[in-house]
Design a protein around this ligand. Sequence first.
Ligand code: SF4
Length: 289
Amino acid sequence: MEITIDNNAGFCFGVRNSVDTAEKAVADYHSIKCLGQIVHNDEEIMRLENLGIEFIDYEQFKKTKNETVLIRAHGEPPETYEVAKTNNITLIDTTCSIVSRLQREIYCSREELSGGNGQIVIFGSKDHPEVKGLNGQAGEKAILIHKENDINKLDFTKPIHLFTQTTKNISDFNNLVNKIKSRSKVENFKVNNKICAHVSNREESIINLAQTNDVVIFVAGKNSSNGKMLFDVCKRHNERSFYISSLKELRMDIFDKASRIGISGSTSTPKWLMEAVGLRISEICGQQN
Ligand code: SF4
């Protein structure tokens, strides 16, 4: 039996930077707080908690005073920075540079459209932390498009500036662009495609992995947005693709008659976890023989 780990899977540079910075900070300060889960992966969160990193939610953040708190790669809305200033919190800001740029562009659009009837539209999931940060730059007034019907919230007679969460699927985004184009005036519609190449470039290697293996195990946290998107790509090219978040979910029947097994993951899946999955598969399939 052959097991292949997708070389392109694992932390993107934005997540890598956040995790490395958190590890360095905890080594310097012995304990550190991080606002929200640094990655959508419970196994990695557990490892970091064991190092001394405490993950806090917004309510806890608002009660924190005179401490150091790390901001993760997803970025934050302006309100977070205001709370930090009021509470004398020192921020270690690891917002990904691609997300920061997108935040600035949304803010510029907001300035450009101020006083008019223009609409800032974000293609993304309303509960995703990155989208909350982006919406903050739009003064919490962006129209969020998550599913096809949401397009009916738009007023096509008024200017539309369209942005996207960085981890969305490129063909879904292009479909949305075409739908808006068909109902809006050309001069009213501005498209800002900021889908991250570190996610979209992975599609090709996932397709290749899906097509060259009998079974694909896709490892990602349950809340990983790019994990769900990349898994959909994988599943389209190999019916025997399985999404798992922990080793416990691996079952013997998944590998029935399989001789080639591929392992991949999202931008928040640590390499060590994919390697552990590989070892566990070897054990399970060893039991089978
Ligand atoms: S997916 Fe792209 S935009 Fe998001 S954190 Fe990673 S590198 Fe940055």
